[in-house]
Design a protein around this ligand. Sequence first.
Ligand code: 5AD
Ligand code: SF4
Length: 476
Amino acid sequence: MNIDKINTETEANKFSKQTEYMEKIKRYLSDFEQDTGRKQTYFVFTTGCQMNAHDSEKIAGMLEEMGFLRSLTEEDADFVIYNTCCIRENAEVKIYGRLGRLKHFKKTNKNMKIALCGCMTQQDVVIEKLRKSYKYVDIVFGTFNLYKLPELLYTNLETNETVFDIWKEEKGIVENIPTILEYPFKASVNISYGCDNFCSYCIVPYVRGRERSRKKEDILNEIKCLAASGIKEIVLLGQNVNSYGKNLNPPVSFAQLLREINELDGIERIRFMTSHPKDLSDELILAMKECSKVCNYLHLPFQAGSNAILEKMNRKYTKEKYLELINKIRSQIPDILLSTDIMVGFPGETEDDFLDTLDVVNTVGFSTAFTFIYSKRTGTPAAVMDNQIDEKTVKDRFNRLVDAVNKKIYEIHSGFVGKTLNILVEDVSKQDENIVSGRSENNCLVHFPGNKDIIGQTVPVKITGNKTFYLIGERI
Ligand code: 5AD
Ligand code: SF4
């Protein structure tokens, strides 16, 4: 029997109620440790965007607060959580494949509990499939009730039966969820959740719900705490950050929010994503220009260059408007670097439409671009459009797109050879412990000699070479 707990929560039941369940699980875990002489471990596997990555930091935060230890390997962890993405079909295929493998691990590791959460589980078809073919999954929850993990785990431990808890919408933003940050020097901060744009190919509005903004004070307080704990760089997250605050009372613009964050002590770099071209205001461009901590880097997806396709995508701008916007941004902030998302193979895309996409790539010159093959998502308007494009044509266009994008990336990066960039050091190379990597303010990835002791420091690096997707240099 499955336990369904659909829509049983009320607005008043926020995170404080979960602390009671956390206490109960703490006691359970400490009894386990006394009996076995070891602590229980967890492993979180995340797919998808930075929003999901940040949700996984909250999952880790709750689990560690309850007493779980992070496991470096999945097969021997006591609690395995998959935080999933469904933006393209292959993201889902990957999860089903991995779940199949996990079934074998569970046979040898009898303690193992498996949870599935994130965007994938917000779809009815996925829930049906899990109920039918993946009965060994213990807990299934969605994007709106992540904070209930302690309660759901406790219910499963008590009953040993699969718990499904999927909400169709959020009932108020939940604050104060414990979080374990992936890096001690940079952190993501949610500013808004959900999306109201309904681009015709995109499943996000259906699985992440309507757009809602966090209160400005909650965001500022969180960033002050992060700064006090040594965080230097923050990444503000929202599906469409440019429309932040429209529905707050009183309304706050994203530009106003940026200006206030810029005043906070301790923070050195402010980044944000994602911006929608239709909502990028002059007020925001001015704020980016005037706020010294806001990085000269902008991720501005254009998706497609053809006006006919943009209209069918419901993007609400034209190729000309997008290019005008880029010109305006560059005239105000000349040294800004731009990145984007581009899709090929949208239904009805002709060779001429695709050439418009290549034209935008060549005209703008992006320093980073995320390129995608259109993936049909059931329930979206594009899924039932005529003229879905055949695989061979799509692959050919995709390869040509990637070639054009990479050529431009190489050109842009060549302009940095011989210059000095301030690099916030993030990681040591996996292949060589004497090489570190980090990012410049305008988000260039740079590899250079150094060791783990300088992780988290910002150091000047002279750029000596261009490897297309990253630069190499020497610390000066
Ligand atoms: N197929 C392919 N790519 C998609 N994206 C969103 N939906 C789809 C889809 N159905 C891409 C868009 C978006 C990025 C996050 O993912 O380019 O900006
Ligand atoms: Fe999807 Fe469009 Fe919303 Fe981005 S703006 S999340 S592409 S619907």
